[in-house]
Write a protein that binds this ligand. Structure first.
Ligand SMILES: *[C@@H]1O[C@H](CO)[C@@H](O)[C@H](O)[C@H]1NC(C)=O
Ligand SMILES: *[C@@H]1O[C@H](CO)[C@@H](O)[C@H](O)[C@H]1NC(C)=O
Length: 180
């Protein structure tokens, strides 16, 4: 009897604890989350620097980090897409022209995908965001592969492809952190 009374008087507390407990465990230290994400990247420094340069608050959440990856990936894709169009307009060499055309298509896909990811993010549809990003690694890779295929034209996008690849990996890993 005493036990039952005690139990029922504690029940509201238990309910409150269970209700807030998931929020507590989600409130991770941003520095730890950044380290965790960036340790799985090919370049820790570029990843860490990109997050830190764009952090709006020291109390950033995983969603804030996901937003940073989408914004940086979008802007890289848009800039490089314009850069490729410009190169294409000046290129007459057929092998290079073919490769650049492949890359123009790849960066268009990457840019469009991150636009869709941003719309989903803004609707707090994080599963939709993750799904929108899903095809970006393969699209990006097609631009690297085309330059590694005979006749192996000199690749004017090497450094941009490397940065794009890391930004995409950051986005995909952060999205899976957010939706896990
Ligand atoms: C990540 O970058 C920040 C800001 O530049 C720096 O303070 C921090 O030490 C870096 N993290 C690691 C593990 O190097
Ligand atoms: C790509 O993103 C990185 C990280 O935000 C930035 O430093 C770099 O200038 C961007 N490059 C282009 C071509 O937009």
């Amino acid at each position: 009897m005493a036990f039952a009374k005690c139990f029922y008087s504690l029940l509201p507390l238990l309910v409150i604890f269970l209700a807030i407990q998931p929020t507590l465990s989600n409130a991770q230290n941003p520095e730890e989350v950044i380290n965790k994400i960036c340790r799985s990247m090919e370049e820790f420094g570029f990843c860490n620097q990109t997050f830190h340069q764009n952090l709006r608050s020291p109390a950033a959440t995983v969603a804030d980090l996901a937003q940073i990856t989408i914004e940086q990936a979008s802007s890289n894709a848009t800039n490089t897409h314009a850069f490729i169009l410009n190169l294409l307009s000046e290129t007459t060499e057929p092998a290079l022209k073919n490769a650049l055309t492949e890359c123009e298509n790849a960066y268009k896909i990457v840019g469009d995908s991150f636009q869709r990811a941003l719309v989903s993010f803004n609707n707090k549809d994080y599963d939709g965001m993750r799904d929108a990003e899903r095809d970006t690694p393969r699209a990006e890779a097609s631009c690297t592969t085309t330059f590694n295929t005979p006749p192996n034209p000199v690749n004017p996008l090497d450094d941009r492809n490397r940065q794009m690849r890391i930004l995409i990996a950051m986005a995909v890993v952060t999205a899976s952190e957010l939706t896990s």
